[in-house]
Design a protein around this ligand. Sequence first.
Ligand SMILES: NC(=O)c1ccc[n+]([C@@H]2O[C@H](COP(=O)([O-])OP(=O)(O)OC[C@H]3O[C@@H](n4cnc5c(N)ncnc54)[C@H](O)[C@@H]3O)[C@@H](O)[C@H]2O)c1
Ligand SMILES: [Zn+2]
Length: 677
Amino acid sequence: MENILEKATKIKEKIDKYNYYYYVKNESLVSDIEYDKLLKELEEIEKKHPEIKDELSPTRQVGSSLSDTKFQKVEHKKPMLSLSNTYNIKDVEDFHQRIDKILGKLKEDESKKITDYALELKLDGVSISVHYKNGKLVKGVTRGDGTVGEDVTENIMEIKSIPKYLKENIDIEARGEIVLPLSEFKKLNQIRYDKGEDLFANPRNAASGTLRQLDSKIVAERNLDCYFYFLADCDKLGIEKHSESMEFLEKVGLKTTGVCDLCSSIEELEDRIRYWENNRGVLDYETDGLVIKVNMVELWDKLGATTKSPRWAISYKFPAKQVTTTLKNITWQVGRTGKVTPVAELEEVEVSGSKVKRASLHNFDEIIRKDVKIGDRVFIEKAAEIIPQVVKVVKEARTGEEKEIMPPSVCPECGTELGREEGLIDLRCPNEKCPAKVRGQIEYFVSRDAMNINGLGKKIVEKFIEIGKIKDVSDIYDLHLYKDELKSLEKMGAKSVENLLKSIEDSKKREYPKSLYSLGIPHVGKFLASLLAKESKNIDKLAQMSIEDLLEIDGVGKKVAESVYGVFRNKKFLERLEKLKNYGVNFKIKEVEDTAEFFNEEFKDKTFLATGKLKHFTREGIKEYIESLGGKNLSGVSKKLDYLIVGEKAGSKLKKAEELKTVKILTESEFLEMTEK
Ligand SMILES: NC(=O)c1ccc[n+]([C@@H]2O[C@H](COP(=O)([O-])OP(=O)(O)OC[C@H]3O[C@@H](n4cnc5c(N)ncnc54)[C@H](O)[C@@H]3O)[C@@H](O)[C@H]2O)c1
Ligand SMILES: [Zn+2]
């Protein structure tokens, strides 16, 4: 018993501290998921041991104490509660069962057992209650501890989406969520980063920190936004359904998210949950989940509330995007350009539904700016399909045992002394033969958007670099000389060797934009590679272009022009290019002539015109076909015309061609015969 009490007290102390940081200082010491777990743990203990329950337990309290607030306190007419949350469909089902049960018990309401739900986005910001009198904005109050909030009227006056006047002269209280749009959040953190200030871990902390500023000018600068999700006393306005309240809010000029999906079964709820799990990425604000509400307002009172949350609503939380973990070590990775990047080695955690052990830190400057040390508790984030990033350090969690991170002075792969290019913050290995660089270059060269060579995995590349058979990307095209070595590699059967060699051989025919991209010219990504390929037609021409020529291409800026100009004056690059060309790798745009699948000498550079009604082609279709065979289309009959294809009812054009005598006249079937040669 003693133990349980001690345990509960310890958890409470922790939660109180987290609450204080979260609600008062607008900072998170742990991720939401860890916080929620801790709170659940406390709830379980209290359920099993009701005797230790106390009124001040965080399981019964909303928010955090307002004892040292800088704002005037205002009591809410009706408490502003929290929401109980779930992370899975099973809990949503339980919620639905509970409601059904309660409503079932209310015999007189049997006829009203309408459990239609409204499903909304749960915006991750700060809640606000706004009051309008006679249509005029008079007050804005934060949720505070649920009973009493902070008067932030002056600040909300600076938020454009909270209108000073409604479209109707009415008295209402509406509640909503103030958020910092993602685009604004990025801007704000960039400014703070440039100034060397601490970063906000997420838009919620930034929104809360901004709203609770004493200086309303700062609020005005940050472009907060607000979406409403609740209309108090809507029944007095004759509104029966929550969804109708939302329409009403819009009508009087208060913005909602516009998402209020009506569902009448668990299946429908599940369907919408899945939908929003996959599609929330398109929104410019952070959503941490969905809120499911009983739509009939009349039922709300019947269902009631606990001291902390209503029983008629529940939040369904999405898998956490941000979690905290311990940074165990830093390793240094050498990329294809020689850039040496710090990689955070983490205690494994689950984030956005996948297990993560490593995160990127970009460069040494980032370590300094974020003040990262080995042993730190760090927030990491994994947004859709992006490599996890270290967001920030929890400095309050430091014990004093953390170790300073030192940048390496030599390349961890080849031992060469590292340098910094002028004006650049990145450390670089200058050794052209650095195995890590060659490895990175090959990985890039064979990748799908580049040469698309299949079967050349890391292991093979490492092995061949080790035995000295690959020193440069171009050496890939000599691999056919080492069939035996390839076959001797683990898991490489004769068939896979054959497939690999075929894939290497096929890559020589890769289109010019792709082969150009494969060269890994700094700043030339996929788009620029296609643009440069299109403009230059072949690599020799590109090599001759001056910086001015390059700048003339729409879409090419100074950085790219200098980079392209530079590589074609780099001996090592030119040597590699020469080797690749000698192996037969394609570096020119395939003109129509040679893209022709059925390349046909008779068509090459010959001119064609079709007239009359054709049986097998439309007018456009035959033109395309001619081009695909290497021919050219003319629009009129002249001495330049080589062939006139005549269909039914050919008229003046045929006559003219007959007169000229230089034009060969073909029927449609003669033309088709010609293509089959
Ligand atoms: N990381 C930390 O240290 C820490 C500390 C305290 C709280 N928290 C997080 O905050 C949560 C508790 O905070 P809370 O009480 O604000 O609850 P909550 O944020 O989980 O849910 C309630 C709030 O959701 C908001 N909301 C957004 N859209 C809504 C909509 N359509 N309808 C109704 N409400 C909507 C409202 O502001 C409401 O007050 C915890 O579960 C935890 O995730 C984290
Ligand atoms: Zn090196």
